[in-house]
Write a protein that binds this ligand. Structure first.
Ligand code: NI
Length: 194
């Protein structure tokens, strides 16, 4: 089932997600629905707060990056698909790296964000195996962005104050639903709109 994606301005996006219990009701179905929702919106990552649930869950499917066969870094993540439950980033390390980010909750806005290019993370996968792993490049970037969502942080929070002030009007319009978007969204000032 495709779920509406919550738009910028909804307080759920600013809330830190709650830890999930292994017997969380409907967890597997929720994960399936999130993958379906993300694919339909052509995203590479989606976090539970973006579908209105304040829990520590996000999913990543970087395979769309792999379609760029000119870029060896993109090829590296062409089969990277994972579910992250109760994730904790243990360390961000490596080199600062500027990359243009977007977010399904903030359609039409893309901005450069600087983050370190490597991470070490601990999480449960969807079969509830505890994993500890290092990621770099695009995989690290997507995880850092989605991890921010379960911490109540948006990529626009990383922008310099001047840049953010410049975007304020556009962000306001997005929260009101005055934006062209071809997937199902829920705007804070409205009901679900197709
Ligand atoms: Ni996002």
């Amino acid at each position: 089932m495709i779920l509406p994606i919550v738009a910028y301005g909804d307080p759920v996006l600013k809330r830190r997600g709650e830890e999930i219990e292994q017997d969380h009701e409907g967890l597997q179905e929720l994960i399936d629905n999130m993958f379906e929702t993300m694919r339909e919106a052509q995203g590479v990552g989606l976090a539970a707060p973006q579908i209105g649930q304040s829990i520590r869950l996000f999913i990543v499917d970087a395979s769309p990056f792999g379609e760029d066969d000119e870029d060896p870094e993109a090829q590296k993540v062409s089969d990277f698909k994972e579910v992250f439950i109760n994730a904790e980033i243990i360390e961000n390390f490596g080199e600062p790296w500027v990359f243009q980010e977007g977010c399904l909750s903030i359609p039409t806005i893309r901005e450069d964000v600087t983050r370190e290019d490597k991470i070490k993370i601990r999480y449960y996968d969807r079969e509830w195996n505890l994993k500890e792993a290092e990621f770099d490049g695009y995989a690290a970037r997507i995880i850092q962005h989605e991890y921010d969502h379960i911490e109540g942080i948006l990529f626009t929070d990383h922008l310099k104050p001047l840049k953010k002030r410049f975007l304020k009007k556009k962000l306001n319009e997005i929260s009101k639903g005055n934006v062209d978007v071809n997937y199902r969204m829920k705007f804070p000032a409205q009901k679900v709109r197709r």
